[in-house]
Every structure is written in structure tokens, then in C-alpha cells.
Design a protein around this ligand. Structure first.
Ligand code: FES
Length: 570
């Protein structure tokens, strides 16, 4: 017998209680046969004009609604906190967990039987998935899609070029006027960043986890097929409610291992690590930082997309999209992992084709044999830190150099271009107090710009270490997410100028050549440079946020509370 619809607990009630639930739906001009006995599908919308990447979501929601109605469901759209990566200060990551709470409570508190999650700009995807997982009713993700490729003076450009433009401006190779022209040429359509930055990595992640229809990740936002996918997703969620196919049925350990492998194959963002750990924490899958290294191994870079390659998301779509990448990767993934279609990953990609081997390479002839995330351990960050080898310089993967330490981001900004700064191309730049608690919010400053005087000498890359994050569009030999972070007072907190640091990526090690005795002595007088978070959400965040190697969720949000609401005030 089919499970009774959850929404019956509202609209199916007799007497005064049911009267109140139904009557106020009717004030929208909706006859009760529309929501009585039909699957009520929430459309969780992160539309906002302050989140430019998601500004087209009202239109996308209309396509989802068409699908829901066609399949016999009843759509109800609701807003949740939106996080625009480019506008939110101090960093959108500070609010990912807050948005996830909004999503979780909005879904649980309302009469919805299933939910469509409209995700786009970086944090909106993990926030919505985390919240939905903690309720665990049938859910499907529809991504907003990437922008069309930008074009500057005839050259294709995307968000990764912002870092190159910045270096060119700082070294004098580019004028302010040229920068303004590039600025106008880059974001030329609706959608999120057009490279394999965090938003595209998140769109690939949800497809790899099995939470979207096949092909979701790469269809450009401006392509009419994005709306078609949204409509089909609306149709499918109604069926998922009837089948009672929930996130916990899909998000098994196999799904997470697939996501790690597919992220490696597309050269996905380092932010993927933190978000996937947080999602695993909500569904109760025991995922560790080491899993990212273990399951990335042996997976080469197949997608030739910036920042690890040369192309753009639009190219990936024309080449066959993520399904073509997954099909090539089938020998290495769990083919039988179940997805929102009710079918396996292998069945989903069976008709995929690769139309351009310059964009989607083969396992035999990959874009780069090295990819994925490498986890480094050692006395500098005892709980681990990460590096993305496909974005790093091969000649720096084994490197020994003296630390040039910046205690805070303000310290870095004040001194990095000082002509008297004692730094050369062999130095290791260390940036502290940009971790989850130290900043707070863990901003994307880990790929700190190089000193102007070294850029002028033609230096293109240096080893950089921080407890912060890096934009998914960033690149360089950048070691991130040092854990425990400086604000926790571990060894990373007491690194000093001139200390010798040794990186050996092959050996997975990051060693601070300072004795335990000296480190212990330094800790006696160490003082945190973290700002006082004060009251409100930021205070709560700093008191309860977990370290990067655990996914930066708030400790009390881990796990799920389910969909049941046991008390009823009506
Ligand atoms: Fe929204 Fe890049 S700023 S995806």
C-alpha cells in the first residue's frame, strides 16, 4: 500500500484544524482539489537579485512547476536565504550553515511531500542539500547552469582569468582601462561561473551523487535545454514521492566515493572537500579527509576545463556533458549506485556520447594523469591540509623553503608589496587566522597574490599555505584548510618567519623543521589574533563550527531530525 502523503497531516484534517490549513491556501485562488490528495512539491528557491548567479531562478521555477503539474503534483514555491558569492561580506561561507538551517526548518515545518532544490552560486548547493538531507523527504536538485563563455579581445575568458588579470595589473602588464573592458566581457549571460569553479564543481557533485537528472551539471543557464531539464525534474519528483525515494536511499557511501572520483576527473574545486564532508555528516555516512586522497588516486583529469585545463563549461556541455565523463569513468566508479531516476549511474549514462576528445579525454590519454585532492599530513597541521595537484606547479611539488609569515589577512595586505619584505621565489608564504573560527567564516584568500617585486621578476608561482580556502577558480601551489587552524593554537599558530618548511606531495607530507621543544615554548606566549565574534549568529558560529577536516558544519547540526512534526498548535 502506498505511503500516506505527508501533506495529508495538514490538508487532510477534519474540522477547524483542516479548515485553517485549507482556507488560507484557498485565499490564493486555488481550489482544494489541487492540493488535496496530490503530492505537494516544494520548490526551494534561492532566487535573489543579490545573488546574480541565481537571478534567473524565478523563470526556472516556472519550468519546474509545469513539470510538477503535468505529473499530477501541486507546486508551492518558497524562498530561502540566498548566498551570492560575489556580494556577501565577509564571506558567503560564514552563512552556508545558516542557510542550511533555513532550508531544513522550512521544509520540515510545511506541508510538502517532496522538494525541488534550485541551486546555483557556490554555497547555495551544499546549503540546500545539507538542509534537505536533515529532513530526508524525496528531493531532487536542479542547478541554474553556468554562464556562456566570456570573450575579451577575441579570447575566451572566465572567472579563472580574474587572477591572471590581477597579476597582470599588479605587474603593470595591464591597464585599469583594459581591466574594465575585461570586466564587461566576462559575465555576458545569466548563470554561475563558466569554469570548473566551486559552483560548477557543486553542480557536478550533485549529479555524481545521483541527486539530479543526468546532464544537469553542464547545460548553460541560457540554453533552452536548461528549462527542459527543470521541467523533467518537476515531473520526476512527483514520481519520487510515490516511490518514497529519499536522499538517504541515494546518498550511500558508494555515492560519496563516486562523487570524489568524478570530482577528480573534472578537476573540481577544493571547496568540494568541505561541502561533501558536511553533507556526509548530515546523512550519517562516515567520510574522512583521507577518503578524498584514497578515492582520487588513479583517477586522471579527463575534463579539459579551467582552472585545471583550458576550456569552459559551455565546451563541456557541447562535448557531451558530465554523462560523457562518467561513462568514460565507469570502470573506476560504483556503476550500480542508485540515483533520483530510480536507475543506476550506469543506466543513466548509457546513451551518453563524447563529441570532442579535446574537451573530454579518455582514461588512456587523459588531460593530466594527476588530479583530485591530495591530503598532506605532518607536524605543521596535525589534522591535515589539502592541495589540488592539477592546479599546482610540478616543479614545486617537492620543495623546501623559509616561511614568510602573515598573522592575519590585514597583515598580508599591508606588507606583501613592501619592497623591503624579505622574500624570494623559494620562500613559503604562510597566512594565518583565515580559518573557520579565526576570520570567522574561512574566506577564499588562500591563493594569495604573489609579492609585486617577484611578479616583476617573472615569478609565476610559489608555495603558499593557509588555514583558509581558495576560490574554485583559483590555481597555484596552494596548500589549504590547515587543520587545526591558527585560532586553535596548534603548531600552525606558532610558525614564525624563517622557519624551514618542507613539502613533499608524493610523500603526502608537510613538515615544519622546528623542534617540539621550541614549538612548546612558543605556545606559552602565543596569543590568538582572531577577532571577537560578538553576539548573534556569528557568535554561535564561532562557538560551534567544526574544523575544516570535518566539513565546517555547526556541531549541533550534524545528523538529521527527520520529517515528522509531532506537535500541532492548531
Ligand atoms: Fe556565483 Fe561564481 S560567483 S558561481
Amino acid at each position: 500500500m502506498a505511503k500516506e502523503l505527508r501533506s495529508r497531516g495538514w490538508f487532510g484534517k477534519k474540522g477547524k484544524d483542516g479548515f485553517i490549513y485549507r482556507a488560507w491556501m484557498k485565499n490564493q485562488g486555488i481550489p482544494d482539489f489541487e492540493f488535496q490528495g496530490r503530492p505537494v512539491i516544494g520548490i526551494c528557491n534561492t532566487w535573489s537579485e543579490l545573488t546574480p548567479c541565481n537571478a534567473h531562478f524565478k523563470e526556472l521555477a516556472e519550468s519546474v512547476k509545469r513539470g510538477i503539474l503535468q505529473a499530477g503534483g501541486f507546486p508551492v514555491e518558497f524562498p530561502v536565504m540566498s548566498l551570492g558569492e560575489t556580494l556577501i561580506k565577509p564571506t558567503a561561507m560564514l552563512y552556508r550553515n545558516l542557510a542550511s538551517m533555513d532550508v531544513e526548518e522550512s521544509i520540515r515545518a510545511n506541508p510538502v511531500d517532496g522538494v525541488v532544490l534550485l541551486c546555483g552560486c557556490d554555497k547555495t548547493t551544499p546549503a540546500l542539500v545539507m538542509g534537505a538531507c536533515s529532513v530526508d523527504i524525496p528531493a531532487i536538485v536542479v542547478s541554474g547552469g553556468p554562464m556562456l563563455t566570456g570573450s575579451y579581445k577575441g579570447t575566451p575568458i572566465g572567472t579563472s582569468d580574474v587572477w591572471r588579470f590581477n597579476d597582470a595589473l599588479r605587474s603593470g602588464a595591464m591597464s585599469e582601462e583594459q581591466l574594465a573592458e575585461a570586466e564587461a566581457s566576462m559575465c555576458r549571460s545569466r548563470g554561475h561561473c563558466a569554469v570548473m569553479g566551486t559552483a560548477s564543481s557543486m553542480a557536478c557533485m550533485v549529479e555524481a551523487l545521483g541527486l539530479t537528472l543526468s546532464g544537469n551539471a553542464a547545460i548553460p543557464a541560457a540554453d533552452s535545454r536548461r528549462k527542459v531539464l527543470a521541467q523533467f525534474s518537476g515531473m520526476r519528483i512527483v514520481e519520487m514521492v510515490k516511490e518514497d525515494l529519499k536522499p538517504s536511499d541515494i546518498l550511500t557511501r558508494k555515492a560519496f566515493e563516486n562523487a570524489i572520483k568524478i570530482n577528480a576527473a573534472v578537476g573540481g574545486s577544493t571547496n568540494f572537500v568541505i561541502h561533501l564532508l558536511a553533507i556526509a555528516g548530515r546523512v550519517g555516512v562516515d567520510l574522512s579527509l583521507e577518503d578524498f586522497d584514497t578515492h582520487s588516486q588513479g583517477v586522471p583529469l579527463l575534463a579539459n576545463i579551467q582552472p585545471s585545463g583550458t576550456g569552459f563549461m559551455e565546451d563541456l556541455f557541447y562535448a557531451g556533458g558530465l554523462p560523457a565523463v562518467i561513462k568514460e569513468l565507469l570502470p573506476k566508479i560504483h556503476k550500480d549506485a542508485i540515483t533520483v531516476t530510480g536507475k543506476s549511474m550506469e543506466e543513466n549514462v548509457s546513451i551518453a556520447e563524447n563529441y570532442n576528445t579535446e574537451v573530454i579525454a579518455s582514461l588512456e590519454k587523459p588531460v593530466n594523469p594527476v588530479s583530485g585532492i591530495i591530503v598532506l599530513k605532518g607536524n605543521l597541521c596535525e589534522a591535515g591540509c589539502i592541495i589540488k595537484p592539477s592546479a599546482a606547479s610540478p616543479h614545486l611539488m617537492k620543495h623546501k623553503g623559509k616561511a614568510v609569515v602573515f598573522e592575519t589577512i590585514e597583515d598580508y595586505k599591508a606588507r606583501i608589496d613592501d619592497p623591503n619584505l624579505e622574500v624570494d621565489e623559494n620562500s613559503v608564504l604562510v597566512l594565518k587566522h583565515v580559518g573557520p573560527k579565526g576570520y570567522p567564516g574561512m574566506p577564499e584568500v588562500g591563493n594569495m597574490a604573489l609579492p609585486k617585486k617577484l611578479l616583476a621578476q617573472g615569478v609565476k608561482d610559489m608555495v603558499r599555505i593557509s588555514d583558509g580556502r581558495m576560490s574554485g577558480t583559483g590555481f597555484g601551489t596552494v596548500i589549504l584548510h590547515a587543520s587545526p587552524e591558527a585560532a586553535e593554537g596548534g603548531n600552525f599558530a606558532v610558525v614564525q618567519d624563517g622557519d624551514l618548511i618542507e613539502l613533499d606531495v608524493d610523500a603526502r607530507s608537510l613538515i615544519l623543521h622546528v623542534s617540539d621543544e621550541i614549538l612548546a615554548e612558543r605556545k606559552k606566549t602565543w596569543q590568538s589574533k582572531a577577532v571577537n565574534p560578538g553576539r548573534g549568529y556569528v557568535g554561535l558560529y564561532v562557538r560551534t563550527v567544526e574544523q575544516a577536516h570535518l566539513g565546517c558544519d555547526l556541531d549541533f547540526l550534524k545528523g538529521k531530525s527527520g520529517s515528522e512534526v509531532t506537535r500541532d498548535s492548531h
